[in-house]
Ligand binder design. Structure first.
Ligand code: MV4
Length: 497
């Protein structure tokens, strides 16, 4: 079994894993870089050990150091969270070689699904629909011309070693192909150390639909209801929800069964996500994310399943705690990623010290946060500081709760994207569930709405800055309440107009 888990991550996901460990009665050990000495996740930990300097390459990405630390503290398992080493086959294999239980898929599976061309080929063999495109790496311009010609323009060139959108280039006609091939290969080499690229038919405004799967060591694979993650910006997901407004029960069952088949085909074990693009009611396999994902809470909220606990059960060799026919959908959940970034200045990261911090609560609200008042957000890592998840019996109730919770959320000292989320939650097209991956660019009123809301929040928060430190916390709550009131007023006027 598992007697002690080292958590090789930081921030909100480290805390999320600690919570699962505590409920299971398993002691956990946090590790932290010099930049994270005073971080909330360190304070939350049963035990915390330093692993090196602030740059991730010298701490959270240092395989040797993390494995040594696990051995020194008597951990027999490692949870990698997301990002950092979570999908690194060398790390998984190094753990396996050292007798440490890597809480994730086997290294062999990580290698396979990390190679996007190989994954496409396997999916074709498994009978999983893939976007029309190449089944081999495209090495030269002659091959690229032939492939693109037969696929039909527009096409998209993607790095095989990547995923998540980095380096992808859209090509509308043959005139652009040679330059696009060269630049994608260059970006792929720089970002992934591998210049290999492939070509797919470009779908103009697809929806991003993904299925959480769970696979145990006894051959059981289940799928959970889908998440829609179409609201993204520069390949960063910002809002995710479950279930998707684009699916009906028949399509859900069909896609879910395909996702489970895809996982079974590659010998998957653990929690994973099968991503699809949905376009004109047709769906296409995109990639497998072989980790716990940022957006897993929306699935937890509508199913009641604790996905992190299932990951740990699976790694311990236990059977899944549920069968496919026991998995249902209760209501609707939406997640907003709260980032330390400035929505009025091209979303540039806004690291620094949090002054007042008052997270929302109340019915249907879940906050997975890595921060508290007085915390410093280091500039070295991802700017996501918390996730706000709202549940409702139906989507309208979830949206209203999210608006209410965002209005209560007070964060001062740094810039946050709360105004962005309030703008989207008030958007007509969002309310109608008419989503697509280009939603943010297409909604021309969004930028102005963000401006108005952000300025309003800033004005209210200025009132806090004149107060003494001890009173600031209380003032922050008052400010949040004021924002909430103003927001309700505007909602009432929306209803009346
Ligand atoms: C695509 C696509 C259209 N057609 N693939 C994949 C990862 C995700 N983060 C972006 N991805 C896309 N893959 C095909 N065949 C559209 C996207 C996509 C996108 C691509 C390039 C630039 C911006 C984009 C924004 C959203 C989705």
């Amino acid at each position: 079994m598992i007697s002690r888990i080292l958590i090789a991550n930081r921030g909100e996901i480290a805390i999320r894993v600690m919570r699962a460990c505590r409920e299971m009665g398993i002691p956990s050990v946090a590790v932290y870089s010099e930049a994270d000495q005073d971080a909330l996740f360190v304070r939350h930990a049963d035990e915390a050990l330093p692993i090196g300097p602030a740059p991730a390459s010298q701490s959270y990405l240092d395989i040797q150091k993390i494995i040594e630390t696990a051995q020194e503290c008597g951990a027999d398992a490692i949870h990698p969270g997301y990002g950092f080493l979570a999908e690194n086959p060398q790390f998984a294999s190094a753990c396996e070689a050292q007798g440490l239980n890597f809480i994730g898929p086997p290294g062999r599976v990580l290698s396979l699904v990390g190679d996007k061309v190989a994954a496409r080929r396997e999916m074709m063999k498994a009978g999983v629909p893939v976007v029309p495109g190449t089944s081999e790496i495209v090495a030269d311009i002659g091959q690229a011309r032939r492939e693109a010609q037969s696929i039909g323009y527009p096409v998209i060139i993607k790095p095989s070693g990547g995923g998540g959108g980095i380096g992808m280039t859209i090509v509308s006609g043959e005139a652009e192909l040679e330059e696009a091939l060269r630049s994608t290969q260059a970006i792929a080499t720089a970002a992934f150390g591998l210049g290999a690229v492939y070509i797919e038919k470009y779908l103009p405004n697809p929806r991003h639909i993904e299925f959480q799967i769970l696979a145990d060591a006894h051959g059981q694979v289940v799928y959970l209801p889908e998440r829609e993650c179409s609201i993204q910006r520069r390949h960063q997901k910002l809002i995710e929800e479950s279930p998707s407004t684009a699916l009906n029960p028949e399509l859900r069952k069909k896609m879910g069964e395909v996702a489970a088949r895809a996982a079974a085909w590659v010998g998957y074990r653990g929690a994973g996500t099968v991503e699809f693009l949905l376009s004109d009611s047709k769906f296409y396999f995109l990639e497998v994310n072989a980790r716990i994902q940022v957006e897993h809470p929306v699935t937890e909220m509508v199913t009641g399943i604790d996905i992190v606990k299932e990951q740990i059960r699976i790694a311990a060799g236990l059977a899944l705690s549920m069968k496919q026919n026991e998995i249902g959908i209760n209501g609707c959940a939406i997640e907003c990623r709260i980032n330390a970034e400035d929505p009025l200045n091209d979303f540039v990261p806004s690291p620094g010290k949090i002054k007042a911090y008052q997270p929302p609560g109340g019915p249907g609200i879940r906050v997975d946060s890595g921060i508290a008042g007085g915390c410093v957000i280091p500039p070295f890592y991802d700017p996501m500081i918390a996730k706000l998840i709202a549940w409702g019996r139906e989507r309208g109730e979830a949206i209203q709760r999210m608006r209410r919770a965002l209005s209560e959320y007070a964060v001062t000292g740094i810039k946050s994207n709360i105004a962005f989320h309030l703008a989207v939650m008030g958007n007509q097209r969002f309310a109608a569930g008419e989503l697509g991956t280009h939603f943010i660019d297409q909604e021309s009123t969004l930028a102005g709405d963000i401006q108005v809301i952000a300025e309003r929040i800033e004005r209210l928060q200025e009132r806090v800055s004149g107060l003494s430190d001890r009173k600031k916390k209380v003032a922050a709550i008052a400010v949040a309440a004021a924002i909430a009131r103003m927001n309700l007023e505007s909602q009432v006027s929306n209803l009346q107009s």
